[in-house]
Ligand binder design. Sequence first.
Ligand SMILES: [Fe+2]
Length: 139
Amino acid sequence: MERWTDDLSVGNASIDADHKKLIVMVNGVEAMIKARDGFALAQAFEQLEHYLCAHFVYEEKVAQAVNLPFGKNKMEHERMLKEFQHMKDELITRDGIWSDGAAEHYSHFLSDWIRDHVIDEDMLLKPVLQTYPYDFKPD
Ligand SMILES: [Fe+2]
């Protein structure tokens, strides 16, 4: 995924802002996969994972505040985090030693992964979030 566009909006300012930042971070990780910079990649993964966990917690809080069934949301987040960690472990173990084909594969995987999260999952929240002000925040 290259950049955030309006059609990716889920109808809430702080979630959209998080997604914009996540896309920028994913792009950074993709660039490091291609550059085979194992050390920088490990750091970028840590940063991304940290941000991701905070984002998921926040999203679950928003879902709860607008009375959306957040149990499913939480399960999906756990599944996504596992997928992410699996990919991270695979790449960290290889420490910069992977083929062009593998670099392509992991870059695509990461793009799809963030797209699935933002579009397929969070879009389900949009119809309800749109009934609240765009800058709505949970207490
Ligand atoms: Fe999200």
